[in-house]
Design a protein around this ligand. Structure first.
Ligand code: LRH
Ligand code: MN
Ligand code: MN
Length: 392
C-alpha cells in the first residue's frame, strides 16, 4: 500500500527537523590495526576537518554539528575553532575524551588500581569540560576501553567501585547545562572482561550519577544477533538514551557506513525512536555517526551515511501507526508485520529528493558534491593529511 498524501506530508515535516552529528575523525586518514591508508586531500588539522564536515551539511542540510575527539582535535584556541565552525555554518557537538592511547592506561584508566592513574584520567575530562565551555558543546562523551584480558588479573567488582568514584568526580566537574554521555562496548581492547560491556552497566552508572547522565548506544558494540531496537525502547522508556553512535558492522566494531550492512536493523531502530516521539529535536537523543573507514572517500562516505539514516527515518515515519496498533490489539500477527514491512519497502528516495529541493538543496547530494569540484580543490591544496587518530 502506498502512503497517503497526509502521511507523506507529516513525514516530510518531521524529516525537515531531523539533525545528525558527524564525527571529526571520519575525515582524517584511518584504517585498521593492520594498515592506515593515506588518501589525497585529507585534512591537516581540526580546522580542515570542520571544513570537510561542513560540506556534508551543505549538501544534505541535516548535519549541522561535528563531534570532536580530544586530543585528536587538539588546538591552541578552541574559541577560534568554534568561530571557524560558525563561519562554515556548523557547530561543535559532543566532546569525546580519549582513554585509550596513553601508556599509563595499559591496565585501565578510570578503573586502574593505582589512584594516581585514575586521577590523571579524571583530569583529562576536566580539560575536556574546558573545551566544552570554549566551544559551547553540551555533551561530554566517554567510552571506556578499560577491562581485563585474563581471569584473576584484577577484581571485577573493585573496578566497578573505582569506576563509580571516577565518574562521580567527572560528573561533578560539569556545568549545569552539560550532560555526561556514557558509551558501552562488549569487547575490545580488553578480551576477557570489559568494565562497561553493556547498556545495563552503563545505565546503572548513569542512574547513580544523576539526571544528566545518559547512555550512548554505538550500533557496532554488541554481540552478533543482539536485538538493538529492544535496548533503544528500554532506554527511551527510562529517559536515558542520550545518543547514538551509528555505523555498520558485519563482524566486529567495523565502523562501516551507516545502513550499509543492515538497513532493516536501522529501520527497526528508527521505528522505536519514532514510536516514542524521540525524533523531536528536544527529545535529548543526539543522532551521531561514528563511521570511519579506510577505503571509501571520506566526505561522500559521510554523505551516504547521512542519507541512509534519513531513508531509515523516512520509512519509520511512514509506518501506519493506527493500522499497526489495530493489528497488534487484535492479535493479527501477519497484519502487524505486514504494516511494518509495507513502510520498510516504500521507496522514500523521491520523498527525500522533494524535501531537499524544497529546502533549496540539490535533490542528489552525492552527485552535487561530486560535481562541486571540492575534492579536486583539497587534493591540490592539501599535502600531508593527518590520521584520524589510531596509530598516530
Ligand atoms: C570505541 C568508539 C568510541 C570511540 C570511537 C573512536 O570503539 O566507538 O566511540 O570514541 O570508537
Ligand atoms: Mn562509538
Ligand atoms: Mn566503536
Amino acid at each position: 500500500m502506498s502512503p497517503t498524501p497526509e502521511a507523506l506530508a507529516a513525514a516530510r515535516s518531521a524529516l525537515a527537523q531531523q539533525t545528525i552529528e558527524l564525527p571529526s575523525w571520519a575525515f582524517g586518514n584511518s584504517g585498521t590495526r593492520f594498515k592506515v591508508f593515506g588518501q589525497a586531500g585529507v585534512p591537516r588539522d581540526p580546522f580542515e576537518k570542520l571544513a570537510d564536515a561542513a560540506q556534508v551539511h551543505r549538501y544534505t542540510g541535516v548535519a549541522p554539528r561535528v563531534s570532536l575527539h580530544i586530543p585528536w582535535d587538539l588546538v591552541d584556541d578552541y574559541d577560534a575553532l568554534a568561530r571557524h565552525a560558525k563561519d562554515l555554518g556548523v557547530q561543535i557537538g559532543a566532546i569525546n575524551s580519549n582513554l585509550f592511547q596513553d601508556d599509563d592506561y595499559m591496565l585501565g584508566s578510570l578503573t586502574h588500581p593505582d589512584a594516581r592513574v585514575r586521577a590523571k584520567a579524571v583530569q583529562h575530562h576536566v580539560q575536556c569540560v574546558d573545551v566544552m565551555r570554549a566551544t559551547g558543546s553540551t555533551d561530554l562523551k566517554l567510552w571506556l576501553p578499560d577491562g581485563l584480558n585474563y581471569p584473576g588479573q584484577d577484581s571485577i567488582r573493585a573496578r566497578q567501585d573505582r569506576l563509580a568514584e571516577s565518574l562521580q568526580e567527572i560528573y561533578a566537574a560539569l556545568d549545569p547545562e552539560h550532560r555526561l554521555i556514557l558509551e558501552y562496548k562488549f569487547f575490545e581492547p580488553a578480551f576477557y572482561s570489559t568494565d562497561i560491556p553493556d547498556w545495563g552497566t552503563s545505565l546503572l552508572h548513569c542512574l547513580a550519577l544523576g539526571e544528566r547522565a545518559m547512555v550512548v548506544l554505538d550500533t557496532g558494540h554488541h554481540a552478533p544477533g543482539t536485538n538493538i531496537e529492544f535496548i533503544v525502547a528500554q532506554l527511551l522508556r527510562h529517559g536515558r538514551l542520550g545518543a547514538f553512535d551509528f555505523n555498520s558492522r558485519f563482524y566486529a566494531d567495523d565502523d562501516l557506513m551507516v545502513g550499509a550492512a543492515d538497513p532493516f536493523q536501522l529501520f527497526r531502530i528508527m521505528h522505536e525512536i519514532v514510536q516514542s516521539g524521540a525524533l523531536a529535536p528536544d527529545s535529548g537523543v543526539n543522532f551521531m555517526l561514528d563511521q570511519c573507514h579506510n577505503i571509501e572517500p571520506k566526505i561522500p562516505g559521510q554523505i551516504r551515511s547521512v542519507m541512509n539514516v534519513q531513508e531509515a527515518t523516512a520509512k519509520a515515519l511512514l509506518v501506519d501507526t493506527a493500522a499497526l496498533t489495530a493489528a497488534q490489539q487484535s492479535g493479527d500477527v501477519l497484519g502487524a508485520n505486514g504494516v511494518l514491512m509495507d513502510a520498510y519497502n516504500t521507496d522514500v528516495r523521491p520523498l527525500l529528493a522533494d524535501l531537499r529541493v524544497e529546502q533549496g538543496l540539490d535533490a542528489d547530494p552525492m552527485g552535487a558534491f561530486a560535481r562541486s569540484g571540492y575534492t579536486e580543490t583539497i587534493v591540490a591544496e592539501r599535502v600531508g593529511g593527518t590520521q584520524a587518530g589510531w596509530g598516530a
